[in-house]
Design a binder for this molecule. Sequence first.
Ligand code: BGC
Length: 404
Amino acid sequence: MKKKAVALVLAASMISAVLAGCAAAAPATTAEPAAEAPAEEEAVEEAEAEAPAEAAEATGKTVGIAMPTQSLERWNRDGSYLKEQFESRGYGTELVFSDNKIEQQVKDLENMIADEVDLLVIAAIDGESLSQVLADAKDAGIPVIAYDRLIMNTDAVSYYVSFDNYTVGTLQGQFVVDQLDLDNVDGPFNIEFTAGDPADNNAGFFFNGAYDVLSPYIEEGKLNVVSGQTQFDQVATAQWNTENAMKRFQNILASYYSDGTVLDVALCSNDSTALGVAQAIETDYAGDNAVLVTGQDGDEANLANIVDGKQTMTVYKAVANEAVATLDLGDALLNGETPDEGLIAASNWSFDCAYDTSSYDNGTGIIPSYLLVPTVVTVDNMVEELVTPGYYTQDDAGYLHPTN
Ligand code: BGC
């Protein structure tokens, strides 16, 4: 390990003592809410020590954590939680955000490999673009955990930790079925789809999950996709970008709904796209009915939209728990173990997680996966699901704010 990494470990172990003190009141297997994320320009964290009460035992090992960007809200939370978790067990960390730029992420990973980190935890920007740099990681003997998004076409990935991505989509689809009571009424209702980034392996799973639930009703004529855009490639959103989603939806509204045609449902794969779609509906939709809008993540602006009736639901993924699962998996790997289903029982997590050895083939074979369970959040259960567990606080006006 190089000098810089040693310094990080020492500083991190001091911080971890502080964090360990903070975490004492919480159940051991449930993560504390994240600390505020760093500014993007401070991409590589130089952990600064605060006076430690008592130092957690340093492992002498460093974990490189690569997140896509700080511009999409959830990755800030993921980065903070992962850093906090690994440091709480005596690991040093290097946390980078790569501004959603593929070459930047490759460069950041090259730097972490040069720094001789002991483990890489990576949420890929483009799942197809890391084969070369991860071959270098493999040569250097650094294990790789694909975090949240599967990394494709490389045999350097040891494990995948995520939520059950297909289930996220089925929850969105089933929500539409239930809200419209599609098993009992004929409709027809009009629906449009907005999916995620084609470079993100998750995006197809989300879309397919939702579409598989809804397609029988489309075939039956109870749901009508007025634009006719039902293929993933037609409804995808580059980089999950809010403005891209908004512009496409403004076009849809102008082309197919300006004559008074009623839009009933905007099925959006996640919150960053739902934000753009809700904006387009607010400014460009001629109708005055409440459009059912789905999402995913529980981003702050979207939870506000749910309170205000501009979005109907989000699928919440407790990324604090995703970080806990990643820590226990990473810890086992760094201790020379070959984790399998037994890790789940051994870790005594307070959340559900499935060990999956069939769903995620990255082109070189199946990647063993730990899949956590997502939850539907609406205006009716947001306090119970988000505020009570401590992920968010609620202000007097009813809006939710992430706990930092
Ligand atoms: C994540 C989603 C997120 C999206 C955009 C996906 O890979 O699983 O939670 O909304 O990326 O950041």
